[in-house]
Design a protein around this ligand. Structure first.
Ligand code: UD1
Length: 388
């Protein structure tokens, strides 16, 4: 059997890693039995290309460099999807795989799905069935198109099964496998815990102020922000940044890992100069996987608009303010036993939840099948489908 995995952006890398490790493990067993191993080809569209957004993850997660990098780079959505499709078509025709496996909801996910289906190649979507209902999110469009076309839909939780059923997807296409990103978390938490927090900040620092070293690990806020809805609108980004500078950092130290999109926007809106000099705010470059995990393990509170971090906070028990009005991951919300609460980008709401949440204890939660063994169930689902 030949499988091509297609990835493009940072959140994909944590999802493909355990899948590749599992194929390697499975191949050893096949070879020992004298059977043919599974051929796996990793294609990177190149949407994320900075070392800190891409290469660092391949290294840290112990996956080889992509077999093929399409070098698509930045651009509008149409450019990224269109160029990816043109290049992927050539690869798929040349390699003629049995399956194309795609992950999450980034532009590479949808580009690979459409291209593969038009070539009559079977598509397996890992992390299927998530819905935010927000058609202004590019990821929601990617999810809808991908799930509509995929042959095998591997879902992380039972709520996602309901979403797919409501859209008329037959049971035979759906497999409940759990959350593959938690495989990566479980495989790496010990290594992450060995890191030193001051050192992480020091080696990744962008700030230029006289920040005191953090000494009380329970008392810092960890923050990330990159959604267009939060960073592309000047009024919104200004209000959020001022709130962090004027209020949050007066309460506790803030470690803010800056996404390239956010850095660009903060500079464009002339917020950057003041921010990098702010005391008690530790601006750091996009962090490698283990550094982010370590900081999350000991943070007092997370402020983020990332979907993946919401999930990791749930398993680690880090109280999380999700700076969005909706989520495609409701299982991470407090009402479903998770650690997160939706606060949007309304400052009053964030302020209230920030002060309420600070009183809260860590409460790790493990949704069903978020057990570190999802990659095996993904591969089994593909192999079972093959023999059906
Ligand atoms: C993408 C995903 C999003 C995911 C996020 C994680 C889509 C539609 N969006 O959004 O779902 O949560 O990745 O990071 O696929 N840039 C760099 N260096 C890089 C990559 C990007 O400087 O290595 C800059 C680009 O110039 C661009 C900006 O960052 O202006 C945004 O990058 P882009 O790839 O368009 O999307 P993300 O916002 O990262």
């Amino acid at each position: 059997m030949k499988i091509i995995s297609v990835v493009g952006a940072r959140p994909n890398f944590m999802k493909v890693a355990p899948f590749i490790h599992n194929i390697n493990k499975n191949n050893k067993e096949l070879i020992a039995k004298g059977q043919n191993p599974i051929a796996h080809i990793l294609v990177h569209t190149g949407q994320h290309y900075d070392d800190r957004m891409s290469k660092a993850f391949f290294k840290a997660l112990n996956i080889p460099d992509a077999d093929i990098n399409l070098g698509i780079g930045s651009g509008t959505h149409a450019e990224q999807v269109g160029l990816s499709m043109i290049e992927l078509e050539k690869v798929f025709i040349l390699e003629n795989p049995d399956w194309v496996v795609i992950y999450g909801d980034v532009n590479a996910t949808m580009a690979a799905t459409v291209t593969a289906k038009k070539l009559h190649i079977k598509v397996c979507h890992v992390e299927a069935g998530l819905r935010s209902g927000d058609m202004k999110m590019p990821e929601e469009i990617n999810r809808l198109v991908t799930d509509r076309l995929s042959d095998l839909l591997l879902v992380p939780d039972r709520l996602s099964i309901e979403n797919l059923k409501m859209e008329g997807v037959p049971d035979s296409k759906i497999r409940f496998v759990g959350n593959i990103m938690i495989d990566t978390l479980e495989a790496n938490r010990k290594k992450a815990d060995l890191l030193n927090i001051e050192e992480i900040i020091h080696t990744n620092s962008i700030s230029s102020g006289n920040q005191q070293l953090i000494t009380n690990y329970k008392s810092y806020a960890l923050m990330t922000l990159h959604r267009p809805s939060n960073v592309d609108d000047e009024k919104v980004l200004k209000a959020l940044t001022n709130f962090i500078m004027d209020e949050v950092s007066k309460e506790i130290p803030v470690i803010w890992s800056i996404h390239p999109r956010t850095e660009k926007q903060l500079k464009a809106f002339e917020l950057w100069g003041k921010l990098i000099k702010s005391e008690n705010i530790y601006l750091v470059y996009p962090l490698d996987y283990h550094s982010m995990l370590k900081l999350n393990m000991y943070a007092g509170i997370m402020l983020t608009d990332s979907g993946g971090l919401q999930e990791e906070c749930t398993v680690l028990g880090t109280p999380c303010l999700t700076m969005r009005w909706n989520t495609e991951r409701p299982i991470t919300l407090r009402e479903h036993g998770g650690a997160s609460v939706l606060v949007g980008n309304n400052i009053e709401r964030i302020r209230k939840e920030f002060f309420d949440t600070q009183q809260q204890e860590r409460k790790p939660e493990r949704p069903e099948l978020w057990d570190g063994n999802t990659a095996k169930r993904c591969l089994d689902a593909i192999l079972d489908y093959h023999t059906e």
